[in-house]
Write a protein that binds this ligand. Structure first.
Ligand code: GLU
Length: 291
């Protein structure tokens, strides 16, 4: 059974780019008679925006994007991330590291980590990070939209699993949760493309089931900047929902019938599920998003 998901971080409200990711993952799941789950990736409290979680949930509901089952919150799942880290420790696939950025830069002349602490274990146990011992220097996989992908040098470093402030790194939490939730299809923005390789390395290392990735283009504003919560892209409003869904379908190359422009959201979603064509998603959107 197809199980997909939408997994927003509550670092801000949903913007038009997030709506595209939510809609594409929803339509892909529903058109495959699959489940569509919602997970709130709230593992980074310092970056959380007040009220964002509730606003995200209310926006999805307003757009008729109804998920299956209970919402999963990463903030409540520290125990399973710790179990995964313990499993990696047992298999010598993680190690503590105490290097600061400054030290790495001084040693290597770049910010790319040189795996120093693997051969020089730190003597202290506090103020350290846990890094993934990445034994596979090559990895290739196929994205359903972007085609053949392989690791580049910056992705083959021993990346961080647990941070100095004891917070979990995104890659570990997402990989462990996707597996625990039974997710086998991930549809999301291609700003996360380079994370997929790291997730696949962790999937191998933790012996978890495979996931299929589909990365849709990111939306840019009229200045060519990616819409993101960090660069304060405007939050989508819940006015003119039908029109916004219609515009999102046009961006996704779905060629919606013009009569849907002012249709009711449930009619738009039903029609879009029936006509969903992932092969029509462009590699790049032809228009920018006007605010
Ligand atoms: N939580 C991540 C974000 O909002 C996305 C996680 C994912 O789709 O894998 O950027």
């Amino acid at each position: 059974m197809y199980i997909g998901r939408f997994a927003p971080s509550p670092s801000g409200r949903l913007h038009f780019g997030s709506l595209l990711a939510a809609l594409a993952s929803y339509l892909d799941a529903r058109s495959n008679h699959g489940q569509w789950l919602l997970r709130i990736d709230d593992i980074d409290p310092p970056r959380e925006a007040q009220g964002a979680t509730l606003a995200i949930i209310e926006t999805l509901q307003a757009f008729g994007l109804q998920w299956d089952g209970e919402i999963v919150y990463q903030s409540q799942r520290s125990a399973i991330y710790q179990q995964a880290l313990d499993q990696l420790k047992k298999n010598a696939l993680t190690y503590p590291c105490c290097c600061s950025r400054k030290e790495i830069l001084k040693r290597t002349g770049s910010i790319i980590y040189d795996n120093y602490c693997w051969s020089h274990p730190p003597s202290k146990t506090d103020n350290i990070v846990w890094r993934f011992k990445n034994n596979s220097r090559t990895l290739s996989w196929s994205d359903t939209i972007l085609g053949h992908q392989s690791l580049d040098k910056s992705q083959s470093i021993d990346f961080i699993l647990k941070r100095r402030d004891s917070l979990w790194a995104y890659q570990l939490a997402v990989t462990v949760d996707d597996a625990a939730m039974g997710i086998n299809h991930v549809v999301r923005g291609c700003d996360l493309l380079s994370e997929a390789s790291k997730q696949l390395l962790l999937i191998q290392a933790l012996n978890l089931p495979k996931v299929t990735f589909s990365h849709i283009p990111v939306v840019v504003n009229s200045l060519g900047q990616k819409l993101s919560k960090q660069n304060l892209a405007p939050a989508i409003t819940t006015n003119r929902i039908g029109y916004q869904l219609y515009s999102a379908l046009v961006m996704l190359g779905q060629n919606p019938h013009p009569s849907l422009r002012n249709a009711d959201k449930s009619d738009i979603l039903l029609q879009s599920i029936a006509n969903w064509d992932p092969a029509a998603i462009p590699l790049k959107y032809s228009t920018s998003h006007r605010n």
